[in-house]
Design a protein around this ligand. Structure first.
Ligand code: SF4
Ligand code: SF4
Length: 69
């Protein structure tokens, strides 16, 4: 199964629970700033998202949407 995620960067509070949750290593930290002064996470396009939804389930800020092809 293939999927992809969309991250609402302004919702992200940099807890990195999604990074720990993703079994495929698809989510990475960044040094950019969002509108609240946090460093939001981003996707690593080189990794293969399965659409498993673990990242979205873990995110306390509901910042991640998961889509499946
Ligand atoms: S849906 Fe699954 S594979 Fe895709 S980024 Fe989230 S945790 Fe990783
Ligand atoms: S779990 Fe949510 S709030 Fe935490 S780093 Fe990931 S996207 Fe940001």
């Amino acid at each position: 199964m293939k999927g992809y995620i969309k991250i609402n960067k302004d919702f992200c509070k940099e807890c990195h629970l999604c990074i720990s949750a993703c079994p495929k290593g698809c989510i990475i930290p960044t040094k950019e700033y969002n509108s609240h002064g946090y460093h939001p996470v981003a996707t690593d396009e080189g990794k293969e998202c399965t659409g498993c939804t673990l990242c979205a389930i873990m995110c306390p800020e509901i910042a991640i949407e998961v889509y499946r092809d």
